[in-house]
Design a protein around this ligand. Structure first.
Ligand code: GLY
Length: 383
């Protein structure tokens, strides 16, 4: 892995190619990509014009830079600014966004540019999937979580009262620009939440990367350009290889849900609120997956302690007791929330468990009563 001492100016962009045949695309990782987006659009998409979709918070930091870059090449079709927050991923906002894009006279050959975190990427990507039966879109993710996870792989969609992401489409972006400098405006709590997904790639398939993170996480949180670039590139490459094998999640892509079966139940219990961010729920869920695996003798003793030690070192929660607030979830309610998981098949939950750090596997061979008993122990486990 690269030396973390290299100055930013000396760093060339890194490119991860996502090889999906006629839907293949590049993910570029590097500094100042927002400011260079106009150049990228012209060199890769010729005369296509670009409509930017962003939210009010991201607009304050990055919109002027992106608009000016597109205007330099006369490629800016217009900008639509959405309200920030998960609530924007709904039918009403999708309708408003789609009609606004049509009002801009976005044509089939034009581009939608999603500038923002996971909410904007999912919503703008879904609008791109359905507008004029599908237009191309570019992801410019501005959160660590969106850079290493949601902007790559083509999952797009909205939420409904029945659950998260239940309406959507697989629609791959045509280009992803992960601007490492954009992360410097990110609050540290958001950075940590995104880091949970970075650590996930180490835990699920790359022990060496997990060891490297244990050594280098402080540089990453200090926004050291080379460390950030390396961690983001390795994470995206790990995701790309899995998506290439299983684009529509019938097998291996489920590995990306390490920590999510446990984590989603906690997130739902906390009302998808700022009390527990998605990445924080995933951190607890990964520690739980490790504890559950270790209790069942699937991985060596000490595995869960090592996972917890690292996640705690960066400031992430690893136990239910670490969730702020006076109340604790009822284990039976948590179990019921798990049963609503999208990945339930014929009544059996899908779990991602661990044989070791860097060696996760997908299984349905888990008895519901074992999970229920585990959750009883988890909610009383002290910090
Ligand atoms: N975030 C999991 C996936 O893209 O499959």
């Amino acid at each position: 892995m690269a030396s973390p001492e290299m100055p930013a100016a000396a760093l060339p962009d890194r490119t991860v190619h996502v090889d999906l045949g006629d839907r293949a695309y590049d993910v570029l990782v590097g500094p100042d990509l927002v400011a260079r987006a106009g150049d990228m659009v012209v060199s890769r998409f010729g005369k296509a014009r670009a409509a930017i979709v962003t939210d009010e918070n991201v607009a304050k930091h990055h919109l002027a830079t992106l608009e000016s870059s597109l205007r330099t090449f006369d490629r800016h079709l217009g900008t639509i600014i959405m309200p920030p927050g998960e609530g924007t991923k709904c039918f009403a906002e999708l309708a408003r966004l789609s009609e606004s894009l049509l009002a801009l006279k976005l044509e089939r050959g034009d581009l939608i540019v999603a500038l923002g975190g996971g909410v904007i990427g999912d919503l703008a990507g879904f609008a791109a999937a359905i507008l004029r039966r599908g237009v191309r879109f570019v992801q410019i993710p501005t959160s660590l979580l969106a850079q290493v996870d949601s902007s790559v792989g083509g999952k797009t969609g909205i939420n409904t009262p029945q659950g998260k992401n239940l309406i959507g489409a697989f629609h791959q972006p045509s280009l992803v620009l992960a601007d490492t400098k954009a992360l410097s405006t990110l609050p540290v709590r958001e950075m940590r939440a995104g880091y949970a997904e970075v650590a996930k790639y180490g835990l699920l398939g790359d022990a060496r990367f997990f060891g490297w993170l244990e050594q280098n996480w402080q540089r990453l949180f200090g926004n050291d350009p080379a460390t950030l670039t390396e961690a983001i590139e390795v994470s995206i490459a790990a995701k790309a290889r899995i998506v290439e094998r299983d684009e529509t999640e019938t097998g291996d892509r489920m590995l990306l849900n390490l920590g999510h079966t446990f984590g989603h139940a906690l997130e739902a219990w906390a009302g998808y609120s700022s009390r527990l961010l998605h990445g924080e729920a995933v951190a607890i869920g990964m520690a739980q997956a490790a504890r559950f695996s270790e209790e069942r003798g699937l991985c060596p003793a000490g595995t869960a302690a090592r996972v917890e030690k690292h996640l705690r070192a960066v400031g992430l929660p690893t136990r239910v007791a670490h969730i702020p607030g006076p109340d604790r979830p009822d284990p039976k309610a948590l179990f019921a929330l798990m049963q609503q998981d999208k990945k339930v098949q014929s009544g059996r939950l899908t779990f991602i468990l661990m044989r070791a750090i860097g060696d996760a596997f997908v299984t349905r061979e888990v008895e519901p009563e074992d999970v229920a008993a585990f959750l009883e122990r988890e909610v009383v486990l002290s910090g």
